[in-house]
Write a protein that binds this ligand. Structure first.
Ligand SMILES: *Cc1c(COP(=O)(O)O)cnc(C)c1O
Length: 394
């Protein structure tokens, strides 16, 4: 058999990639990720309207929270208006303060960087790895050893003098990152772990649900995620005190009282409305079937691409069970320059695909924040293309 490294680029035809995808999803236009409403959605949302409890008070919110806790194995779940708000609140509860630095991948959705910035803290970008696209733990260890110092139980950036308070691992496209190793490293370097598990409901690392390794984790239920509440998010944690504060702060920090409005600190209006939770309860019932379809879709793509030399379909990392939220093509480095051509080919055919997010260190808002060298992130950004991933495609 030929070695992949000996492949001649002349043998690459971008049209073959489009054809391979079409053998799986058919020739019709397709979107990247569509929600499916074929369960009890109408029923629960109507019930919610009939009851008159459509806002932040209502039984569906509590039901949704307890079902998320049960499914993920977290002790507590606190539902929020969206995943970004969940992450903002989670970082506050993790003790992140204005002026702090927070380690985060650059290869993530902008919400990760935004939530850190809302606090007046600064993201500090670290490189990702080629296996699971999450934080590269080996590279991070060397970087921390060389660039930080532990004083009074805190990790300081030697260059900026700022405290590096926390780390936000993200499970990219639903594939678990090397979270157990990151937890160990974080303990060593006195960093609080807040997992951005926005994309990974239904994904497990060695049998434990993603989002439940850190002190706090968050999930998103935006319309394009594996299940949706329209807009919505949730914080999960095992910590009693943090869970209580999460609920309190998300409900404008209102003191429990029969009639008076008493707020002892500045809170947030971040609680998920009952109407959204009703949708979420119905969607959760369908989660197992969505996950099954998404896994089947992966296998079909993998089969369709099995003869292809320059493009592979991304599979779940070893010892992990992925929700396969977004299916992804990884281009061989030799054909990375075709990324835009390939994407345009698909769009012309009415099939929606997209490159991975532009890495955050290349966005104007984050151009001048602290950063480790990011060679892998920069290369991966030119090699990854998300392809149609809806559970309804199969
Ligand atoms: C979707 C997403 C979020 C934010 O979720 P919203 O509900 O859209 O606010 C945060 N981080 C990552 C990595 C995401 O993919």
């Amino acid at each position: 058999m030929r070695q992949k490294s000996q492949l001649c680029i002349n043998e690459f035809n971008p049209d073959d990639v489009l054809e391979a995808v079409k053998t799986v999803i058919g020739p019709m236009p397709a979107s990247l990720h569509e929600p499916i409403f074929k369960g009890n959605e109408w029923h629960y949302v109507k019930d919610c309207i009939d009851q008159g409890f459509v806002s932040s008070v209502g039984s569906y919110v509590k039901q949704f929270e307890s079902e998320i806790a049960k499914y993920t194995g977290a002790k507590y779940a606190i539902a929020t208006v969206n995943g970004t708000a969940a992450l903002h609140l989670a970082l506050i509860l993790a003790g992140v303060k204005p002026g702090d630095e927070v380690l985060a991948p650059s290869l993530t959705f902008v919400a990760t960087g935004n939530a850190i910035s809302y606090i007046g803290a600064t993201p500090h970008f670290v490189d990702s790895c080629e296996v699971n696209f999450g934080i590269d733990v080996g590279v991070l260890r060397l970087y921390l050893e060389q660039n930080t110092v532990i004083k009074n139980g805190h990790c300081f950036n030697k260059k900026t003098g700022c405290v590096i308070r926390a780390i936000v691992p993200m499970h990219v496209f639903g594939h678990p990152c090397n979270i157990a190793e990151i937890i160990k490293l974080a303990e060593e370097f006195k960093l609080v772990v807040v997992e951005d598990a926005a994309e990974s409901l239904g994904s497990f690392y060695m049998g434990k649900h993603t989002g439940t390794f850190g002190l706090l984790g968050i999930f998103s239920f935006n319309g394009n995620k594996t299940i949706t509440t329209g807009g919505g998010g949730v914080i999960v944690t095992d910590d009693d005190h943090i869970a209580e504060r999460a609920k309190y702060l998300s409900e404008t920090a209102k003191q429990p009282h029969n009639f008076s409005y008493i707020h002892n600190e500045i809170g947030f209006n971040y609680r998920m409305p009952n109407l959204n939770a009703a949708l979420g309860c119905a969607q959760l019932e369908c989660l197992p079937s969505f996950l099954k379809s998404k896994r089947a879709l992966f296998h079909s793509y993998q089969k369709a691409f099995s003869g292809m030399d320059f493009v592979t379909i991304v599979r779940e990392p070893p010892s992990c069970w992925s929700n396969y939220w977004l299916q992804t093509m990884l281009l061989n480095e030799k054909v990375a320059s075709y990324q835009e051509n390939i994407i345009k080919n698909f769009l012309n055919a009415g099939i929606l695909v997209r490159p991975v997010w532009r890495p955050l260190h290349l966005l104007p808002s984050f151009a001048s924040v602290p950063s480790a060298p990011l060679p892998v992130t920069t290369k991966l950004a030119q090699r990854l293309i998300n392809i149609p991933s809806s559970a309804g495609l199969i």
